[in-house]
Design a protein around this ligand. Structure first.
Ligand code: IPM
Ligand code: MN
Length: 353
């Protein structure tokens, strides 16, 4: 019994975002009834449709409101009729940066019953977490054009790595690895052989912090090797910590080995502020409105949100229900191939809570 009413901002967003968010909310309401929790959901109409209609991406009044909530639940951002970059920069990245959600936590777990494209690998091999720095690196937007549009054109895109930003992300990773209490192995993923400034800073701070965490085994792998090991020996990983772009890339690979975008969830965390939870798959416009998209990633994001809110029992209940759905009912997690509709998969999770 928890008497607090949790204020949750809900941004369904674009494409299939609203459909999967509807199932996540269905599950949250059911678990709230089951465990006597109280949630107040505050909907925000943001995304491509609103931008096309009104020109607004993120009205000024929204950020101060979002600072007041307990968590943000997001569907997907991205619209086929809006030029790439506008909504991503103006909405998704703007929220991550402004709310200083400096960790993007992305678990890579293969649930029993789910098929992985990796031959001879099973649930005992694929169970790790990627901690992606979420506010800096090549995402910072530093750089510019010189002589744009001329034959002498120059495009410069710089990776910003601050001591503070690197250290807080690494420290979170060490603490997380300790709390997770599995193999207590933390792998730094960087590119020290080429990125002699950015990766050097990451590696130096990593080594410094390692001294404070004697119980954690530290390991280093270049990012190209990480993609190789994720396919060849995923069981080597426990927790991986990396920068923004490397983390973006390796977590799509991670999603594939855990069964696909239909099940991959993530949390944009500000441990001292407001965090935001989302399925990592994007808006999938071609599946919109057909009741065929997989809502399990969005339901997994809701589970992560409850963990962050300190509601571990209810979060575990959702996880157990999802595990049962993929063990007993939905074997193929791909949109359109589940054998159930989006809403029916949500109903199954609710049934098993
Ligand atoms: C993700 C997405 C975003 C990112 C895009 C939509 C800007 O790919 O959350 O991984 O690159 O971070
Ligand atoms: Mn991505």
């Amino acid at each position: 019994m928890n008497t607090k009413t949790f204020q949750i901002a809900v941004i369904p967003g674009d494409g299939t975002g609203p459909e999967v968010v509807a199932e996540g909310l269905k599950v949250l309401k059911a678990v709230a009834a089951r465990d006597s929790l109280s949630f107040h959901f505050i909907p925000y109409d943001l995304g491509g449709e609103r931008y096309l209609k009104t020109g607004e991406i993120l009205p000024e009044s929204v950020i101060p409101e979002l600072r007041q909530v307990d968590a943000i639940y997001l569907g997907a951002i991205g619209h086929p009729e809006v030029k790439p970059g506008i909504l991503e920069q103006g909405l998704l990245l703007k929220l991550r940066f402004t709310l200083d959600q400096y960790v993007n936590l992305r678990p890579v777990v293969l649930y029993p019953g789910v098929e992985t494209p990796l031959k001879n690998k099973g649930p005992e091999d694929i169970d790790f977490v990627v901690i992606r720095e979420n506010t800096e690196g090549l995402y910072a937007g530093a750089g510019g054009f010189f002589k744009k549009g001329t034959p002498d054109e120059v495009a410069i895109q710089e990776s910003v790595n601050t001591r503070k930003g690197v250290e807080r992300c690494l420290r979170f990773a060490f603490e997380f690895c300790r709390r997770r209490n599995r193999r207590k192995k933390l792998t730094l993923c960087a590119k020290t052989n080429v990125l002699v400034y950015a990766s050097e800073l990451w590696d130096r701070v990593f080594q410094e912090l390692a001294g404070e965490y004697a119980d954690i085994t530290t390991d280093y792998a270049h990012v190209d090797a990480v993609t190789m090991w994720m396919v060849k020996n995923p069981e080597w990983f426990d927790v991986i910590v990396t920068d923004n772009l490397f983390g973006d890339i390796i977590t799509d690979l991670g999603a594939m080995i855990q069964g696909g975008m239909g099940i991959a969830a993530g949390g944009n965390l500000n441990p001292q502020g407001v965090s935001m939870f989302e399925p990592i798959g994007g808006s999938a416009p071609k599946y919109t409105g057909q009741n065929i998209i997989n809502p399990l990633a969005a339901i997994g994001a809701a589970q992560m949100m409850l963990e962050q809110l300190g509601l571990e029992t209810s979060a575990a209940r959702i996880e157990q229900a999802v595990r049962r759905v993929v063990r007993e009912d939905v074997r193929d997690l791909t949109a359109g191939k589940m054998g159930y509709g989006t809403r029916e998969v949500g109903d199954l999770v609710v049934k098993y809570l």
